[in-house]
Design a protein around this ligand. Structure first.
Ligand code: FE2
Length: 313
């Protein structure tokens, strides 16, 4: 049984990976905050019913409560209702029990922890979440909890099993952070210890969890999935599900990997009408060129984090 959508056109937006950071941190790029604020101003003008935020709201929220607080304040000031899930820069990476190929990144130390997931939920709202708005179901979850053994993993599987029993709407939009896969839904797992395969491991969800997640999506009548994390825009349709890898507002990554991939900074506006959901990419009206910055990129080890550099003490 598929419910009918309401006839009045309306819109929502999807944004992710703003990663503005803070001048109280060991690293900071003002341009990332300026780009976030440019996107927010454009979203305010669109006046959507709400904003879906697909993770990486912060640059190092995994380490700093103050980044959560500053971001929460900016979202409150924006005044657009939002539904958020975390990303790895907010709460920690997908788990590994092996050190990866790059010695300057201690992958096991980057594994997410339950306490940070709880902290994120206490500031930005509980997740996973699902609701129906004007005939469209929206669901958000941090899929990278799969395979962790954390309490949040058991919670997610139970949530998804329940979701699959609910009546289907015509459209069901899912917000994830990691991509379900890199090139092909059925691709084998990537080897974290191989420097050629590291990014494939880092950006996607591994089997067998990927297959179970996708099966549950299909059982729940999911029609459209947004994922962030990669910062390169491209899309595919698998078994009738529209899967969108999205851009960041901060900086592009791995654009050369995807044929037709586009690293242009921006977000998605989605218009909902009687005929369905039409997504339009909205590029940032202005890209900040502020060259000031300090601190290292990537996932620096604790010894590389020098808080004496912070502009705000
Ligand atoms: Fe990410």
């Amino acid at each position: 049984m598929v419910n009918n959508p309401q006839p009045n056109p309306w819109s929502f937006v999807h944004i992710n990976d703003t990663q503005a950071g803070s001048p109280r941190s060991y690293r900071y790029k003002p341009a990332l905050l300026e780009n976030e604020q440019t996107a927010f101003a454009q979203i305010k003008k669109i006046n959507p019913d709400f904003m879906l935020f697909g993770g990486d709201l912060t640059r190092d929220g995994v380490l700093h409560d103050f980044e959560y607080e500053e971001m929460h304040e900016r979202l409150t000031r924006l005044g657009v209702p939002y539904h958020a899930i975390p990303g790895n820069t907010d709460v920690g990476n997908k788990h590994t029990d092996k050190q990866g190929a790059f010695a300057n990144r201690r992958d096991i130390e980057c594994n997410m922890e339950a306490g940070r997931l709880e902290k994120f939920a206490s500031v930005f709202g509980e997740f996973p979440w699902t609701f129906v708005h004007k005939g469209v179901r929206f669901t958000g979850y941090y899929e990278a909890v799969v395979g962790t053994g954390l309490p949040q993993e058991a919670k997610l599987w139970a949530f998804l099993e329940h979701l699959s029993t609910l009546p289907h709407e015509r459209d069901h939009v899912v917000v994830n952070h990691y991509a379900m896969f890199i090139d092909d839904m059925n691709e084998p797992n990537f080897d974290i210890t191989d420097n050629e395969q590291y990014l494939g491991w880092y950006f996607g969800i591994s089997l067998p969890h990927r297959a179970r997640l996708f099966d549950l999506m299909k059982r729940a009548g999911v029609t459209m999935v947004f994922s962030g994390h990669i910062h390169c825009r491209c899309s595919q349709v698998v078994d009738g599900v529209r899967l969108y890898k999205t851009a960041s507002t901060g900086f592009p990554q791995w654009v050369d990997h995807f044929p037709g991939g586009d690293g242009t900074l921006g977000f998605y506006r989605c218009d909902v009408t009687e005929s369905g959901i039409t997504q339009v990419f909205v590029p940032l009206e202005k890209i900040s060129t502020d060259a000031r910055s300090y601190g290292p990129g990537g996932h620096p080890t604790p010894e590389m984090r020098d808080y004496s550099l912070a502009w705000v003490k």
